[in-house]
Design a protein around this ligand. Structure first.
Ligand code: FAD
Ligand code: NAD
Length: 472
């Protein structure tokens, strides 16, 4: 048994844990990092990176199918599914060194490849090591939620942890769950030549603004994805040709493969949290506004903290706890300026309040500025003039933005700055975006906010008329 003392112990080497370890060690703290499985966690190995690599391959296939509009004869793409999966593997391998044990050891972090669990409020055991730390950060992430659906354990179903492994092309992929995983993977697979059916218990993309989500759902249906809504799955069974899924209201869907994408479960079970006096909630570890758990020396960040589950949130949490742990400064995790994006085509992006949430909270004080991609010259030139931006404005300041359209995920970043810096719409209207860019939609939305004030305003017209009479 080896005893180790350290300033900071990080449990989990995913997006959140790696950011804490890299930041803390480079600022002079001694850091021990535990990882029981793959360095890089979900995002690198089974999440963001492989899913976006697969979507990129699918986009290349779709470009071949849809080139006719540019005067280039369209062709049916010849998809080699195992070669596509090899591309996904190469992308992971290309990024992996950044998250590797070697890199973190070269920074001065002591990396231990074992699962850790608490044995007291101040000690964690990992393999043959017992680590005592001044501060502990739990960053153990989440795993796919597998619901207790009758018959599910009798079929070979896929989750995000197995979907990206090499295999032959699914002839007909059934997907339970119409959230971001379900919809991104539905579009990737339909473009790669699979039949795809999404079976969603409520509304597909139900956490998003309904107007912008409808644009994505329309696009996916037009590409051939079958999306069944209000279709709560009650049973799954093996058939002669594959798998069938039955819903509570008696619908039946047959396919060759099944992906389960119905949400996430926080990784708390293997930590022996009781030994450290750390409480949990329904969604993860209980934390206060500064991400401290019920044990004052222990923080929880990223997916395991049970809030927004995104890589950039885990990274942001890392900054919040570093400030508190290393400098003893007050530090709180805000959410109003956190954007997210779903990388379908068109992309869907959101920050702050949706239209319905803003209406609930601000009533008649809410104004909405809109602009359509159909009026953005770059989108028209690229033949991608589908989508819109809606900015929810209260007293001249944005409180939420919904965007659906090409590169919506890129466009939303500006609004994080606007909201975190409490910028007014006048600041967005005053910036200059190069022409012709998709990013111009942000400025044009701000322009749409001011247009009625400037162009349909009697007082402005009278003032301009008077000034023009007096000017030499
Ligand atoms: C298919 C898919 C696509 C996604 N796409 C995006 C996207 O495009 N953009 C985005 O922002 N987010 C995306 N996400 C979400 C993103 O992957 C997560 O929010 C992010 O990985 C969370 O980081 P984390 O550090 O909290 O946890 P993780 O990355 O899950 O890391 C946790 C690590 O802790 C380890 N661990 C667990 N228990 C222990 C223990 N007791 N001891 C030691 N180690 C332990 C695990 O092995 C794991 O490596 C996607 C997720 C999925 C599933
Ligand atoms: N682009 C991104 O940033 C991105 C991409 C993928 C995943 N993620 C992260 O991963 C998380 C998990 O994604 P997800 O899509 O698995 O979860 P989700 O919770 O967002 O969506 C799951 C969907 O499954 C449905 N569902 C649940 N049980 C069902 C049943 N029995 N039958 C039919 N439908 C059922 C729900 O109604 C819901 O719409 C996301 O919330 C997000 O944080 C992010």
């Amino acid at each position: 048994m080896e005893r180790i003392k350290t300033d900071v112990l990080v449990i989990g080497a995913g997006s959140g844990g790696l950011s804490v370890a890299a930041g803390a060690v480079q600022m002079g703290a001694s850091v021990v990092l535990l990882e029981g499985a793959e360095m890089g966690g979900d995002c690198l190995n089974y999440g963001c990176v492989p899913s976006k690599a697969l979507l990129a391959a699918a986009r290349a296939a779709q470009a071949q199918r849809t080139s006719g509009v540019f005067g280039i004869a369209p062709v049916t793409p010849q998809v080699d599914y195992s070669a596509v999966m090899a591309h996904v593997g190469e992308v992971i391998a290309r990024i992996a060194p950044v998250d590797s044990q070697e890199r973190f050891e070269s920074l001065g972090v002591r990396v231990i490849r074992a699962f850790g669990h608490f044995i007291s409020p101040t000690e964690v055991q990992a393999g043959p090591h017992v680590i005592t730390a001044r501060r502990v950060v739990i960053a153990t992430g989440s795993r796919p939620l597998v619901p207790p659906i009758r018959g599910l354990d009798t079929v070979d179903y896929l989750t995000n942890e197995t979907l990206f492994q090499p295999r032959g092309k699914p002839a007909h992929l059934l997907i339970i769950g119409g959230g971001p995983i379900g919809m991104e993977m539905a579009q990737a697979h339909v473009r790669l030549g699979c039949k795809v059916t999404v079976i969603e218990g409520a509304r597909a993309l139900g956490k998003e603004d309904p107007e912008t989500a409808a644009v994505v759902l329309g696009a996916l249906r037009a590409e051939g994805v079958e999306i069944a809504e209000d279709a709560q799955v009650s049973e799954v069974a093996k058939t002669e040709t594959g798998i069938c899924v039955m819903t509570k209201d008696g619908r039946r869907f047959d396919g060759s493969h099944l992906l389960v994408a119905v949400g996430r479960k926080s990784n708390v079970e293997n930590l022996n949290l009781d030994a450290a006096g750390i409480e949990t909630t329904k969604t993860g570890i209980r934390v206060d506004a500064g991400l401290r758990t019920t044990n004052r020396r222990v923080y929880a960040i990223g997916d395991v903290a049970g809030g927004m589950q995104f890589t950039h949130v885990a990274g942001y949490h890392a900054g919040v706890v570093i400030r508190s742990m290393l400098f003893g400064l007050p530090s709180k995790a805000a959410t109003a300026h956190i954007p997210w994006a779903t990388y379908t085509d068109p992309e869907l992006a959101q920050i702050g309040l949706t239209e319905a949430e803003a209406r609930d909270r601000h009533g008649d004080r809410l104004e909405i500025a809109r602009f359509e991609y159909a009026d953005n010259d770059r989108a028209v030139a690229e033949r991608k003039g589908r989508g819109l931006i809606k900015v929810m404005v209260v007293r001249g300041r944005p409180v939420g933005v919904s965007i659906v359209g090409p590169q919506a995920g890129e466009a939303i970043a500006l609004w994080s700055l606007a909201i975190s810096s409490r910028l007014k719409m006048s600041a967005i209207a005053g910036m200059v975006a190069p022409y012709p860019t998709l990013a111009e939609i942000n400025k044009r939305a701000a322009g749409a906010y001011f247009s009625p004030r400037l162009f349909d305003n009697r007082l402005v017209r009278i003032t301009v008329g008077l000034i023009q009479r007096w000017l030499p």
